[in-house]
Design a protein around this ligand. Structure first.
Ligand SMILES: [Mg+2]
Length: 135
């Protein structure tokens, strides 16, 4: 109830973009690029360097959108998506990987809303963010 009220008031104040993004990737360079980009776009950004940290941060910070890598140490992205989706039906999840497409298919089956292949530019990623937040 509270969640939907918050969401509704957000819609009145801002655009329909999510306010808080959780970025999960084991590569620091990717986290840094995405932090810089989304902060400039006006988002609050939280990061995690693997799935275990990502799941923990999701539990402790209200998050509108999760963008997660697939291949990571400790807990990888498929498991991360499955666990986050179990906890929330409403959070938007985007999977990203430079590995084979079948990982992204698994990600979509287990609860990701959309996916993007690495390497990508921020314009491509923004198009995916727009797509999941519109749907
Ligand atoms: Mg990785």
């Amino acid at each position: 109830m509270l969640k939907s009220q918050e969401r509704e008031s957000d819609l009145h104040i801002q655009s329909d973009h999510p306010k808080t993004i959780l970025i999960v990737d084991d590569e620091k360079s990717i986290r840094d690029v995405l932090i810089a980009f989304f902060v400039e776009q006006g988002y609050d950004v939280i990061t995690a360097s693997d799935g275990r940290e990502g799941i923990a941060k999701f539990q402790s910070h209200p998050t509108d959108l999760v963008i997660t890598d697939i291949v990571m140490p400790r807990v990888e992205g498929i498991e991360t998506i499955r666990k986050i989706r179990k906890q929330s039906n409403t959070v938007k999840i985007i999977a990203m990987t430079g590995y084979v497409d079948s990982y992204l298919k698994d990600a979509l089956l287990l609860g990701a809303d959309d996916s993007i292949n690495k390497p990508f530019n921020t314009e491509d990623l923004m198009a995916v963010v727009d797509r999941v937040t519109a749907g």
